[in-house]
Design a protein around this ligand. Structure first.
Ligand SMILES: [Cu+2]
Length: 437
């Protein structure tokens, strides 16, 4: 494709279609990869507004003869999911997940991939329109990259949206150990860009309490659920100034689960599925967006309501950390005798948990195995927050001058749930003795 033809396509692309640089009648072939030089490299804050990836770095690049050149190094990484939980994972460039790749529609990109793992790997560019031989499927479209080797991928970006990258060799092992990343392609021009643009990769892990290796053979019992490889309270908040237009992109490369991601306080529009923009009349308004395995979704909303708004997976076991899994069901059980017996015969100081529910476990500071995190999250301004894992906080504030974490929201008088006063109960005819009065 000639540069002028690409430019003409880009000028009319707008928000219409992800594959806007492709003529619908043009057949895509193997030659396009080498004959398509792309456009002039897109520049930050001129051609695009950078995305924010909480808890995760960006992949840097350099310009060589008009091509953006990136270098991914697949390697073992000691990764912290939250304070108190480390694991030996596999990632890229010292990061788990891999750094976010960010580029612009029309860019020509070249990726060098160096394999420092003990086994072969490849990189697949998930959702991206490219020549077949650049698709990164070991055995099918390329030879696998042996330990110590460096491979080269090169193509021109012909779409914009939210995409991903991951190995396509020994996927079960390599992705369970953390090898995945976001690949954001911006449209050319910042006119349409939201004020705040966040991107979050969802994933799931099995890390037995006290161990250091994620278990890649696990099929169902995942006990560390993450956003950008962080489990709450390790997740960074998403900070937005009141009134700004915000976009949040989600990708899901977890092994087995789909994640219904719920945002409190807002109804948002689902604006993108798998890197394809949805025309405005067809955008669904929702409060929960399902992000299936192997998919991306993007939502947008005007952040008109100030506050600390929970943003989390609505699978209740996906907002639990390690110690909430595989425990005994003691709901309704009087555990006094069990505790006495265990203390006197087995473990001095033993205390069973869960007879009255599990909410206490967030705040008890009970002793847990080395290198593990308690089932529930952190401490909020009003007490323990009993969610961990795939949970973070959207912090919307008026008149902030920086996007540093602003701390807890100060609730204006009369806008905070509080203990009912006796005169209020009397006034409204509420009897605490008779539930059905
Ligand atoms: Cu989930």
């Amino acid at each position: 494709m000639q540069k002028s033809a690409v430019a003409a396509g880009a000028a009319t692309a707008g928000v219409v279609a992800a594959s806007s640089l492709l003529s619908p009648t043009k057949l895509r072939g193997q030659s396009e990869g080498v004959s398509d030089p792309g456009l002039a490299p897109g520049q930050s804050d001129i051609d695009y507004k950078p995305v924010v990836t909480p808890n995760n770095p960006k992949l840097t690049w350099k310009l060589v003869d008009g091509v953006k050149v990136f270098h991914l190094i697949a390697e073992e990484v000691n990764h912290q999911f939250a304070p108190g939980l480390m694991a030996k994972c596999w990632g890229y460039n010292g990061s788990v997940h891999g750094p976010t790749i960010e580029a612009v529609e029309g860019d020509r990109v070249r990726f060098y991939v160096t394999n420092r793992l003990p086994e072969p790997t490849t990189v697949h560019w998930h959702g991206i329109i490219l020549p077949n031989g650049m698709d990164g499927v070991g055995g099918l479209t390329q030879r696998i990259i042996q330990p110590g080797e460096t491979y080269k991928y090169e193509f021109t970006l012909r779409q914009h949206g939210t995409f991903m990258y991951h190995p396509h060799h020994d996927e079960m092992t390599q992705m369970a150990l953390g090898m995945m990343g976001l690949f954001i392609i911006h449209p050319r021009g910042i006119q349409q860009a939201p004020d705040r643009d966040f991107a979050i990769m969802l994933s799931e892990w099995k890390i037995a309490p006290g161990t250091l290796r994620p278990d890649s053979t696990e099929m169902t019992e995942f006990n560390v659920l993450t956003m950008n490889a962080a489990a709450y309270p390790g997740t960074d908040s998403l900070v937005v100034r009141q009134g700004e237009r915000a976009r949040i992109r989600f990708g899901n490369l977890g092994a087995m689960d789909h994640h219904p991601i719920h945002l409190h306080g807002y109804s948002f529009r689902v604006v993108e599925t798998d890197g394809c923009q949805i025309a405005e009349p067809a955008q669904q308004r929702e409060a929960t967006v399902l992000v299936p395995a192997g998919s991306t979704r993007a939502i947008e909303f005007v952040a008109d309501a100030p506050g600390d708004w929970a943003l989390h997976c609505h699978m209740t076991h996906h907002v639990m950390n390690q110690m909430g899994h595989d425990s005994l069901n003691l709901i309704g059980v009087n555990t006094d005798k069990i505790d006495d017996t265990v203390r006197s015969t087995l473990i001095p100081g033993f205390m069973s948990m869960g007879g009255d529910g599990m909410g206490d476990m967030g705040g008890m500071g009970m002793e847990i195995p080395k290198n593990s995190i308690s089932m529930a999250g952190g401490q909020g301004q009003y007490g323990p927050i009993t969610m961990g894992g795939m949970f973070t906080i959207l912090k919307v504030r008026p008149d902030i001058t920086s996007y540093d974490d602003p701390g807890w929201y100060k609730h204006p008088a009369g806008t905070l749930a509080s203990l009912a006063k006796a005169e209020e109960l009397r006034r409204d005819g509420i009897s605490e003795d008779k539930a059905s009065s």
